[in-house]
Design a protein around this ligand. Sequence first.
Ligand SMILES: Nc1ncnc2c1ncn2[C@@H]1O[C@H](COP(=O)(O)OP(=O)(O)OP(=O)(O)O)[C@@H](O)[C@H]1O
Ligand SMILES: CC(C)(CO)[C@@H](O)C(=O)[O-]
Length: 274
Amino acid sequence: MYIPAHITGFFKIVRKNENLKTGSTGAGFSLDKGTHTEIKEGKGRVYFNGEEIDLCPAKDVLNHFKKVVGEENFNIDVHYTSDFPLGCGMGTSGGCSLGLAHVLNNTFKCNEKPIEIAHIAEVKCNTGLGDVVAQEYGGIGITTTPGLPAHVKKLNLDNINDYYVVVDIIGNKNTDTIINNPKWIETINITADAKLEKLLKKPTLEYLMELSYDFAKNTGLATDDIIEICEDLKFTLGASQAMLGNTIFCICTEKELDDVKSILKNPITCKIYE
Ligand SMILES: Nc1ncnc2c1ncn2[C@@H]1O[C@H](COP(=O)(O)OP(=O)(O)OP(=O)(O)O)[C@@H](O)[C@H]1O
Ligand SMILES: CC(C)(CO)[C@@H](O)C(=O)[O-]
């Protein structure tokens, strides 16, 4: 099962009494690179690109289906193959959660709601707030209410295939330490609503990038190094920092692609995944 990576440009943290309704509002888009989920007979181990890891949301999804299916029928290992690492703002944990929920639901012919199970797992583990919803919808999405049921306004561009998304992963940033820090929550949320309203009034990809870069700079989430590189990429449709990671993303046309790749250290070229 393939789940697209997801880049969040800007967001607001919204916590409710129920994990299902907790989430984020904001905007971003899914990519044609992401995470593949496969299950094999085993003992509840989780492997990421061949390495056994401890991935909280995956364990939470496994535990949910173990209760549904019955422990005696549930001897599963999970194998993820991912184009991007965990912890770098590419929605990888969300992709792992959602992919596993779909695979288990299909394999055991359950009538569970994978998007709900995966979203709740991400919220409980503090590994995500809006990625799962955005990844389920795909494309370029503006999420107007947190959690589920989802309200996502999709930007349907005729020329979407004219654009490339070039990603450069510089380092990781643990989502948990940001979305649970009261100072970061205040700084992030104080500007998010206004950006959402502006984008809804002018829903274009270029404006999404402009608002995202303003958000990344003015919240202080973007490092000086990333800001410097984003300034160097001003000739494109836009560049910013992927939330929440130490990762640059840039949207450009084919004729700008070589120049963009010459500026970035380890460019990964993608397309937007509808
Ligand atoms: N090798 C690893 N590198 C990074 N995180 C790891 C690793 N192994 C397990 N983890 C766990 O993976 C989760 C990463 O969640 P996080 O939300 O930070 O990543 P992400 O979903 O890839 O990024 P984002 O949510 O910002 O888009 C954390 O719970 C972390 O403890
Ligand atoms: C930025 C973020 C934490 C909230 O949308 C997103 O990366 C997520 O949902 O994990």
